[in-house]
Design a protein around this ligand. Structure first.
Ligand code: C2E
Ligand code: CA
Ligand code: CA
Ligand code: CA
Length: 274
């Protein structure tokens, strides 16, 4: 820490210093982690509610830190975004997800989260194409999940990117729909395939009439616009049957499975029964 003699103005309280040091440490650790292969992917299935079959898996990044142990994305994604390290991390995620998806039956897709920082980069499309060529995964087996704030932050760039992704056959899902700065104009402007209804609505479904009404309205709107819908965070059979009754297409959540390792997906695919 800096010497704080009597003539020095202290901009940082000790707590802030610790925070800043922690942050620097975590950034160094993320760099290290990329070279030391400390990241891994877990996968959570997305189930067709009408047929009870597996449609795809969402890739969710995990970090096995040598000292701090297992770390969830909520603890490092935003730092990775701030620092730009999300670009190499995101490319690693995309490539690993495509490699793992190659081991699944060909009707099963993989969904990958992309953050605003990646989408902003002019070479994002080129990276996607390069990785898909390297891994030989057909474009239609990749789905990219984006949030509304990502689209809002780069509307012009995002629009042409999405048009190009769509043109090569990559699917686009709008993640966490209904939270943040929801604007229905996104649904009209961007070439989306799917809306993922945020978990916060699903968890209120059984107790709150308004949550039910919101989901019903989102579903009807999606149908009118020829978009499919996924409900995230389904934890109970009751939620599942209400959502199926509302004609929500797909479901994801602990009711079906928690995120699992790539090896476990192969067992899950073999054992999943209606
Ligand atoms: P998300 O995209 O909304 O992912 C769904 C999160 O909900 C996951 O948390 C998942 O484990 C959790 N979840 C799934 N089903 C249930 C359920 O039934 N109940 C409850 N309570 N939770 C459920 P996770 O894996 O901790 O990921 C958190 C967020 O981190 C993700 O939210 C996503 O925004 C971000 N993230 C994860 N992997 C990546 C990545 O590779 N790249 C980027 N940019 N972001 C990622
Ligand atoms: Ca997601
Ligand atoms: Ca989500
Ligand atoms: Ca969410």
């Amino acid at each position: 820490a800096k010497d704080s003699g009597r003539d020095t103005i202290r901009f940082f309280t000790p707590d802030m210093e610790i925070l800043a040091n922690n942050k620097r440490q975590i950034l160094n650790d993320i760099r290290q982690a990329l070279t030391n292969n400390e990241f891994s992917l877990h996968y959570q299935p997305q189930i067709d509610l009408a047929t009870n079959t597996i449609k795809g898996f969402e890739a969710l990044v995990r970090w096995q830190h040598p000292k701090r142990g297992f770390i969830l994305p909520s603890e490092f994604i935003s730092l990775a975004e701030e620092s730009g390290l999300i670009v190499p991390l995101g490319n690693w995620v995309l490539k690993q997800a495509c490699l793992d998806a190659q081991k699944w039956p060909s009707h099963i897709y993989v969904a990958v989260n992309a953050s605003a920082v990646q989408v902003e980069r002019s070479d994002f499309l080129a990276e996607v194409k390069k990785i898909m060529t390297q891994t030989q995964l057909p474009y239609h087996r990749l789905e990219i999940e984006l949030t509304e704030s990502t689209l809002m932050a780069n509307d012009n760039a995002a629009l042409s990117l999405l048009n190009e992704l769509k043109a090569i056959g990559v699917q686009i899902a709008l993640d966490d729909f209904g939270t943040g700065f929801s604007s229905l104009s996104y649904l009209r402007t961007f070439p989306l395939d799917k809306i993922k209804i945020d978990r916060s609505f699903i968890s209120l479904l059984e107790s709150d009439d308004k949550a039910y009404a919101i989901i019903r309205t989102i579903t009807q709107l999606a149908q009118t616009l020829h978009l499919s819908t996924t409900a995230e965070g389904i934890e109970s059979e009751t939620q599942c049957s209400i959502l199926a009754g509302l004609s929500v297409n797909y479901g994801q959540g602990y009711l079906y499975a928690k995120p699992m390792s790539a090896e476990e997906t192969l067992i899950f695919i073999n054992n999943y029964q209606a």
